[in-house]
Design a protein around this ligand. Structure first.
Ligand code: SAH
Length: 384
């Protein structure tokens, strides 16, 4: 590991990185201890996989804008206080995305696009979302505004694309909700195709504005390969990839399985998943747009079986309905990927009482400097 530690100049003002007062090895041991406390009683915990260089790892940057002394400035929205911390750079964000954000500050000013003010409900620019495919170097920009007219969009786009040829698409999105960093339903493509592509574990993936995509590609490859290793697939296996997002994990495993079924509640992610299967010539996976719990329950009701189930739920963990049906489907192996060790421990406890054994737990540092810790877990069915 590189022993050069960088220090963030915004440490006192920004609450984004809760652990940046600790050096990196101390952060890793803090996370390891947290996982051991919650799950050490279930089985041995492998040593957390840290990053060689834990900086500028994020492929997704979201910035807010405001006026200061008559000038447009940008920064990081603090969800805890609703304030924006003015920043010029960030140690965990992508550096090129940061440069584009700084260029946008100036452009918003010259095109007289005022930042939106939450209190007075006036102004236009709500936030800027930039995603970069680290493997392809393709950039997607989503300019999120309040209702209104986008002034001279063609000149705006030309100015940006000329300066940053990596920009492959620019989407204008209207967020008419109260939620600060969300995207609204209405979008217009100002440039390109409305999506970018990236490569993970040798496969191509399409990323569009609304769909989920892991934000740390270096660690994601490690995580997905670990999940695949834990799955120990056989060519006849039926695999379920639950909470599949754009299909990444299931598609990476599809070549080694008989068939794969992906389920995901977000329609635009499912569309991307279908495209992703096509892009990679994968024909043995089908995708369903449904609540994962309801979908599993309907499979269990029909008496279906699965050999391996991969589950990667949001922070709330798996629903009780999901877990009950999972047990009925009776897979040989369950590979559980989790971004919240508390709900993971709760769900493992349930499965331990229903005939499963905890075999392996691998923590992965997907979000250096923050308190978050990801884990990939293997549980196997106890033979009676
Ligand atoms: N496995 C994917 C996505 C994981 S994030 C990847 O690694 O990229 C969790 C996903 O669960 C998100 O795509 C979210 O839209 C989806 N999700 C949230 N609640 C859900 C539910 N009740 N049923 C199915 N999918 C759900």
């Amino acid at each position: 590991m590189s022993n050069i530690e960088l220090k963030c100049p915004y440490i006192k003002k920004c609450s984004g990185c809760q652990l940046s007062n600790l050096d990196y090895p101390a952060q890793l041991s803090f996370k390891q201890t947290r996982v051991i406390k919650l799950m050490g009683k279930f089985c041995h915990i492998d040593e957390i996989k840290g990053m060689e260089r834990p900086y500028h790892y994020r492929n997704k940057m979201q910035s807010a804008f405001f006026k200061k002394n008559g000038k447009t400035v940008s920064g990081i929205y603090q969800s805890t206080t609703g304030r924006i911390t003015e920043t010029e750079s960030c140690l965990i964000e992508d550096e090129l995305s940061n440069e584009i954000t700084l260029a946008c500050r100036k452009l918003f000013e010259s095109f007289k696009m005022k930042p939106y003010n939450e209190e007075t409900k006036s102004g236009f620019i709500r936030h800027l979302l930039i995603r970069r495919g680290f493997a392809t170097n393709e950039i997607m920009m989503v300019i999120v505004t309040a209702e209104g007219k986008f002034p001279s969009s063609r000149s705006f786009v030309n100015a940006l694309v000329k300066k940053f040829p990596e920009i492959k698409t620019i989407v204008w999105n209207i967020n008419d909700t109260e939620l600060f960093l969300s995207l609204g339903e209405k979008s217009e493509i100002l440039f390109g195709d409305g999506y970018i592509e990236d490569i993970l574990c040798g496969l191509k993936f399409r990323i569009s504005p609304h769909s989920f995509y892991q934000i740390n590609p270096v660690q994601t490859e490690y995580l997905y390969n670990k999940a695949k290793e834990f799955a120990e697939l056989k060519p006849t296996d039926t695999v379920i990839d639950a909470y599949c997002g754009t299909g990444t994990i299931g598609l990476i495993m599809a070549k080694e399985a008989g068939k794969v079924i992906g389920v995901e509640v977000n329609g635009s992610a499912v569309n991307d998943a279908i495209k992703n299967a096509e892009l990679n010539g994968i024909t043995n996976e089908s995708f369903y747009c449904d609540d994962a719990g309801e979908f599993m329950a309907s499979l269990a009701e029909k008496g279906e079986k699965a050999d391996v189930v991969i589950t990667d739920p949001p922070r709330a963990g798996c629903s009780r309905e999901f877990l009950q049906s999972l047990v009925k489907l009776s897979p040989r192996r369950i590979v559980y990927i989790s971004c919240n060790p508390e709900t993971l421990a709760r769900d493992m406890q349930y499965l331990l009482h229903k005939g499963y054994r905890a075999e392996k737990i691998q923590p992965v540092d997907m979000f250096p400097h923050t308190r978050h810790v990801e884990c990939v877990v293997l549980m196997t069915k106890v033979q009676k």
